[in-house]
Design a protein around this ligand. Structure first.
Ligand SMILES: NC(=O)c1ccc[n+]([C@@H]2O[C@H](COP(=O)([O-])OP(=O)(O)OC[C@H]3O[C@@H](n4cnc5c(N)ncnc54)[C@H](OP(=O)(O)O)[C@@H]3O)[C@@H](O)[C@H]2O)c1
Length: 252
């Protein structure tokens, strides 16, 4: 499988494969000073967010390339605890070339890793915390278990964003008040559902994997109920082999 990426839309681009710099320009936020809540997901053609329970089987080299480049543009990488647990996340440490790119472009070497959890069922001894180059954030609720909170507080900033349920606007304001405006969500479906329910998602990067899952895999969003339809507009559409990589933004 190739990681060459061609631009299909907007039309008129060079037919040559895009360089990393060109991809970074394409995905760059319109304004770094304004808050942008962007998510990045992969889906099968038939709408599954997983293959055999994980997203990894749906990806490929081009998807991984964009996944990594999007981290370069983030102030904070926001991930739900379910994804951290199931996908076996490690520390939010970017590769040396990505860290060097960030510094050259005026950003800290690594984005902040923010984990969203109500139950705080997270291991403070795991690499997520033990090997973190930047002290992670744990975004939770004041009713979270006290013992787990105390353990995590030794290795992360634990911040309440609600009492019994997490309030998404409060969570986003918490990040913004720390100067974290480029908010990049890597999953999972429950967290994306919460962002949608709060009408807080500005932009969605979606890779459509050229595969049919055919089973009971979840969709990329799970909000627990019907939401008003959100019109989105296509920003760009890229092609790598048979894989489509798109970005949609909120249609005003
Ligand atoms: N296709 C893709 O691009 C993609 C991306 C990411 C994940 N996935 C897949 O999605 C699956 C996991 O799905 P998931 O829905 O469980 O993922 P998730 O949203 O990452 O995790 C759900 C958990 O995160 C916490 N959480 C999320 N939203 C919250 C909120 N509003 N308030 C409080 N806590 C919140 C809770 O943690 P606590 O339980 O600790 O309270 C909740 O149980 C895995 O199979 C993973 O491989 C796919």
């Amino acid at each position: 499988m190739t990681d060459d990426i061609l631009q299909l839309y907007p039309t008129g681009a060079s037919p040559a494969a895009l360089t990393d710099d060109q991809l970074l320009t394409l995905y760059a936020p319109a304004s770094r000073g304004e808050r942008l809540v962007r998510a990045n997901f992969v889906s099968s053609i038939d709408g599954s967010a997983t293959a055999s329970g994980l997203s990894g089987g749906l990806g490929g080299p081009a998807d991984k390339r964009v996944f990594d480049l999007l981290r370069r543009l983030a102030d904070v990488v926001l991930v739900g605890a379910g994804t951290v647990r199931s996908e076996g996340y490690g520390a939010m440490r970017l590769a040396p070339d990505a860290a060097a790119w960030r510094v050259a472009n005026g950003h800290p070497e690594h984005p902040v890793f923010a984990l969203v959890s109500g139950r705080l069922d997270l291991d403070p001894a795991s690499d997520v915390f033990a090997k973190a180059p930047v002290r992670p954030l744990v975004l939770t609720v004041s009713s979270a278990p006290a013992a787990a909170r105390a353990s995590l507080a030794a290795v992360a900033d634990v911040v309440d964003c609600g009492s019994s349920t997490l309030d998404i606007p409060t969570m986003l304001d918490t990040l913004t008040s720390r100067g974290l405006r480029q908010i990049h969500c890597e999953g999972g479906p429950s967290l994306l559902g919460s962002l949608l329910a709060a009408d807080a998602l500005d932009s969605l990067c979606l890779t459509t994997s050229p595969a049919l899952e055919g089973g009971a895999g979840p969709r990329i969003t799970h909000a627990g109920g019907a939401l008003p339809l959100r019109p989105m507009r296509l920003d760009h559409l890229l092609l790598s082999g048979s894989m489509l990589l798109s970005q949609y933004s909120r249609a005003h």
